[in-house]
Structures are given as structure tokens and as C-alpha cells.
Ligand binder design. Sequence first.
Ligand code: PMP
Length: 287
Amino acid sequence: MTRIVYVNGAYKRYGEAAIHVEDRGFQFADAVYEVIEVLGGRLVDATRHLARLERSLRELAISPPMRESALLHIIGEVIRRNRVRDGIVYMQVTRGAGPREFALPGPDVLPTLVVFARTQPRGRADRLAETGIVVKTVPDNRWERCNIKTVMLLPAVLAKDAARRAGAREAWFVDSSGTITEGASSNAWIVTAKGVLVTRPLGQEILPGVTRATVMDVAKAEGLRVEERAFTRDEALRATEAFITSATNIAMPVVTIDGQGIGNGLPGPLTRRLRSRFHQMAEISAV
Ligand code: PMP
């Protein structure tokens, strides 16, 4: 449950927190966001998440609402005021509010900042990881700047709904050449018969996942081989393991894709290993 939300300089009760009706985040999805895992009241991989937030803002020329140290202070306050031990903290920065106009506003329009936090006991994801999840593939109909973490999430919302209606928990986007780009809200990975981890290289077609980067660090420390290359849906169906990475899922086994079992249909040993070592490798910082 979220009790307190930070909005533009004030800590508001959840039911009373609000932004302007002409906020550009609301009207144009002219906004970026981040989700950071909270573990034992501390932040997981904050440096990488805040660096990505800064990059997203820079790519869209939205002014940072404040210095990183001030943002971290607010993040800490929101976590404490919501008494979150294990869960997530969400932050969103929009280009601000003003009379609806496509043209970008001048410097007098200040960015909007919203921060909230929510408890999400780790047990649920851990139980899900015991059985693994089902994935459905869908055509990738997103724009060409998926490396920016914008709130323009309608394609992901619809893809996840199509997945849910097919009994799947995550959708994997497939581009026009038949290769998997990424999940609707995660990065996509497979393991080959030779035990090589494969995930798409960074580029405009995917979000540079923070969990993806840290899982790569874990893989290297474990002496596992990682190949950054595109893989097709067919190759994924023939893989020995598949999994997704995201801040809330860590490394989550994928056991079925489009109705077909992956490997022996159970969470794979390498995915389990990456998942269990993840928090030893991640940066865990107090706020
Ligand atoms: N790709 C997309 C499209 C996402 O929405 C997310 C999660 N926000 C990810 C990948 C995973 O990113 P991260 O590991 O930083 O949570």
C-alpha cells in the first residue's frame, strides 16, 4: 500500500496527491521514469538506475528536476514514510505543465517530479521463480527509441494484455526479421545447448536494463559465457533455458513460449544460479 507520495516539493497523502490536468506527461507521455528495487529498506543498483534516468532526461532534453543527491534524499523519505522494507520505489519526471501545445515549452515551465514507494514482499516473486513463467510473443509495434525509458507504454500495456488473455505473464516482442527484441517490461535471455547465455545487444530497439547489466556481471563472476546477439523466436523455442530480467523479477525463469515447453519445461539451473547470486553482485545502498 502506498500512503505518501512526493509531488513537486510536497509529501501528500496517496488519495490527495495530484498533478496538473495539462501536465505534458498526462497529455503527451512527455515523461520518463525509473523503478528501483527496495531490499531491506535499501536501494538495489541505485547508481545504474539514476544514471539511466539522467540519460533518459538528456535524450529528451527534459531538465533534471534537481541534483541527484536531493532526489536520493526524497527517495529515502518516501521509502521511510511508506515503511517499505521490500518493494519498489517509482519516480517519474515529466516536462511539466502548461497550455496544451506540441511545441516544447520554454525554460519557465519546470519539470514535474512524482515519487512513490510500495511494499512488494519478495516471497511472491520467489514462489513464481520456483515454477517459472509463461511467455507469448507479439509483433514489436513500438517506436525506434526504446532505449529511452519513457512512460509511453501503451504498446507494452496491450502486449501484456494479449499475453494475459493467452495465459502468459509476459510478452516478448518480435521484430520484422523474426528476432526477439525484449519483453514488454523486461529484457529477454536464452541459454544455448552449450550453456552460453544469449541476450540482444544494446541498441535503440531495447531498454538498457539495469538488471541485464548486473546479471551480466554475475555471469562473468560465475565464469559463464555471455553472447550479446539477436536471437530468433525459433532459436528461443529450441533453447535449453530462457529467462527475463527486470528490477522486480531479477532473473525469472521462462518455462513456456507460445505454448511450447523450453528445455525440460522447468526453471533451468543457470537461471536459478543467476537469480540466487544476484543480490551479492548488485550495489545495495542505504538511503
Ligand atoms: N525492457 C523494458 C521494456 C522494461 O520496461 C524494463 C523494466 N522497466 C526492462 C527492460 C528491464 O529494465 P530493468 O532491469 O532496469 O528493470
